[in-house]
Design a protein around this ligand. Structure first.
Ligand SMILES: C[S@@+](CC[C@H](N)C(=O)[O-])C[C@H]1O[C@@H](n2cnc3c(N)ncnc32)[C@H](O)[C@@H]1O
Length: 273
């Protein structure tokens, strides 16, 4: 198994995973796919995530056997691919995900960043579910081409940036045009694609609602304290004010209308020529 894991970036990922699992009770780390009639509830979010996963699995080309799930998160997709009879391998540079995967899935795991992996020619399909954005754009297609069998498929489902001048919203996701140009110049061709921006928007709406409640709750909770302890409150603002301001300023990341204007969430199935 590859073992070129970085140590620096992992703490952030560990915290995110623990927040999703321990605080929100979610096993999956992606946006999911909602139905127009869905209510904004936790149950509907979980169902949307399952629907998204089924969509990916149903999109695996016929005849495929060995699949690599790049950035496999908590191993949920691998588990279900395995249940459907595929020979599945996970890959992630995150030590916590490595542990969770080992507890959950009986399958090989590559503890490495994809761009540092040296996997050769063994896979029928590579899946990048919301993980492509973390892999340097120059490496995505070249490293995938080496790891796939001739005629193999690369599945990418992720969000991309349409407008590089959209502040916080431009900071995550590959630039759409640059990604398409890399795809065009690569040995892959697109055999299937679907714009799923509308299908994911309720995840932003539900998260935006939660954030509003948390900020309001913090305000109510601290009201009395602020009145009684103005001096201590000043110190706390000095210590933690920036974090609070950052949380408020990052709320734009959850604005579904703005997301749809400046970003695009898309599914691609590429085939290696
Ligand atoms: C948003 S999560 C998505 C997890 C999972 N694929 C899903 O759909 O629920 C992003 C995943 O990408 C992984 N990741 C981050 N950087 C990576 C890299 N350079 N190579 C491979 N995976 C990476 C993270 O550890 C995490 O598993």
């Amino acid at each position: 198994m590859s073992n070129h894991a970085p140590t620096a970036a992992k703490a952030k990922n560990d915290r995110a995973l623990r927040f999703y699992r321990d605080v929100l009770g979610l096993e999956r780390l992606h946006y999911g796919m909602w139905l127009p009639e869905d209510e904004l509830t936790m149950e509907a979010l979980k169902a949307a995530q399952k629907r998204y996963e089924d969509f990916l699995i149903d999109s695996v080309p016929e005849g495929a056997r060995r699949i690599l799930d790049v950035g496999c998160g908590t191993g949920e997709l691998c588990l279900h691919l395995k249940d459907r009879g595929y020979d599945v391998h996970g890959l992630s540079p995150d030590i916590n995900q490595k542990k969770v995967f080992a507890e959950k899935v009986e399958a090989p795991f590559h503890f490495t960043r994809f761009e540092d992996s040296h996997l050769e020619g063994g896979y029928d399909v590579i899946i990048m579910s919301e993980s492509c954005q973390y892999i340097p754009i120059d490496k995505v297609f070249d490293v995938a081409a080496k790891a796939l069998k001739p005629g193999g498929h690369l599945m990418v489902c992720d969000y991309f940036v349409l407008d590089q001048n959209a502040g916080e919203l431009s900071k995550s996701g590959h630039d759409y045009e640059a990604f398409m140009a890399k795809a065009e110049a690569s040995r892959f061709e697109i055999v299937k694609s679907r714009d799923v921006t509308l299908d994911i928007r309720k995840t932003l709406e539900i998260a935006d609602g939660w954030t509003d409640k948390i900020l309001l709750g913090a305000d109510i909770f601290t009201e009395k304290f602020r009145e009684k302890n103005p001096f201590i409150w000043k110190i706390l603002v000095w210590l933690f004010g920036k974090k609070y301001q950052k949380a408020v300023s990052q709320k734009v990341l959850l604005d579904a209308d703005r997301f749809s204007e400046v970003k695009k969430y898309e599914f691609f199935l590429f085939q290696l020529g």
